[in-house]
Design a protein around this ligand. Structure first.
Ligand SMILES: Nc1ncnc2c1ncn2[C@@H]1O[C@H](COP(=O)(O)OP(=O)(O)OP(=O)(O)O)[C@@H](O)[C@H]1O
Length: 313
């Protein structure tokens, strides 16, 4: 059963159209991504879901409620992370959690929350003394302190280093394991691919695709590429004849073989069978960024790039 239903959402700021026409549903228990480049309308969309903004057109239902009319109830049941840290400098972690906890009917156990978020030893630390990653984790803790059914996390890992980003991803998995439905706003493809069950790709105020990460990747087609430099004589026709191979080309002493998933194994075993040694092996796999480019004609990625190592880790 969907916990969020957005139908033909339209939102303007004066003459500026922020959201042209956005529709999607979020199912109970999933991690749903809202993905797109800066200015695509992601934040405006989730602000309408939270009842922070009134739609100019279309319909939004959250847990069967109207988020503007039933704002107080939606606030109790939907936890939202603050996009920028907006707490007084001197407020201590524990005090911030106590304060926010007092707003909710279903109160989380603060010690448990601190432990879950790796903040136990910062419980008496003032807000301004926290690191960027700790502030980020506190803002997530504040989103969870009312034991929400849905958590909305906006640009969760912006500004974090790669390790901080990975720790935060583990955290999102744990939030879902508590049974919370997660809506994750991001412009990082890698983050969406790692975390989301399904995602809506938004560009210029419109949904261009809704799918699972692997479904989106499948739309890009067979973009796997294997590059290597043969160190022994190689008849490229041997590779071309493999059923997994869709193309072979040579550029100087480098050979590039293209094909669907599995092409790399097929090429490497053909080389081994013929005792052809090689150097400079690289395997490029399609990424969600490729999917985004093929859907919109341009890149959403402004930050992280993907490497083969990361993908296999
Ligand atoms: N309060 C506002 N007043 C006027 N225009 C706004 C306001 N908030 C957002 N916009 C504009 O609406 C468009 C959509 O903004 P929104 O913040 O929803 O996009 P976004 O996809 O979340 O972008 P980002 O990743 O940069 O946060 C942008 O062109 C933005 O400049």
């Amino acid at each position: 059963m969907p916990v969020i239903e957005v139908e033909h959402l339209h939102k303007r700021y004066g003459d500026k159209i922020a959201v042209e026409d956005v529709s999607f549903t979020v199912e109970q228990g999933e991690i749903f991504g809202v993905l797109g480049p800066n200015g695509a309308g992601k934040t405006t969309t989730v602000e309408c879901v939270q009842g922070l903004r009134r739609a100019d057109g279309g319909q939004v239902r959250v847990l069967g409620l109207d988020p503007v009319r039933d704002r107080a109830e939606v606030r109790q049941r939907v936890g939202a992370q603050l996009q920028e840290s907006q707490l007084p400098d001197k407020l201590r972690v524990r005090e911030a959690l106590d304060l926010y906890r007092s707003f909710y009917r279903n109160k989380a156990d603060i010690d448990e929350l601190l432990a879950d978020l790796g903040l136990t030893s910062q419980r008496d630390t003032a807000f301004h003394k926290l690191s960027g990653g700790q502030k980020q984790r506190l803002s997530v803790a504040l989103a969870l302190v009312g034991q929400p059914e849905i958590a909305i996390l906006d640009e969760l890992t912006t500004g974090l280093d790669p390790q901080g980003r990975r720790d935060t991803w583990d955290l999102v998995d744990r939030i879902r394991d508590r049974g919370v439905t997660v809506v994750l706003v991001t412009h990082f493809m890698e983050e969406a691919e790692r975390l989301c069950d399904r995602l809506a790709v938004i560009d210029a105020g419109r949904v261009v695709a809704i799918d699972s990460p692997s479904g989106l990747l499948a739309r890009v087609g067979s973009a796997h590429q294997v590059h290597f430099r043969p160190l022994d004589p190689l008849d490229e026709a041997v590779l071309d004849a493999l059923p997994e191979v869709t193309g072979v080309r040579r550029n100087g002493d480098e050979v590039t073989v293209t094909g669907p998933e599995g092409v790399a194994q097929a090429v490497l075993s053909a080389l081994a069978d013929r005792k052809v040694r090689y150097g400079g092996l690289r395997v490029e796999q399609p990424t969600l960024d490729d999917a985004f480019v093929s859907l919109t004609g341009r890149s959403a990625q402004t930050g992280a790039t993907r490497t083969i190592d990361e993908r296999s880790s």
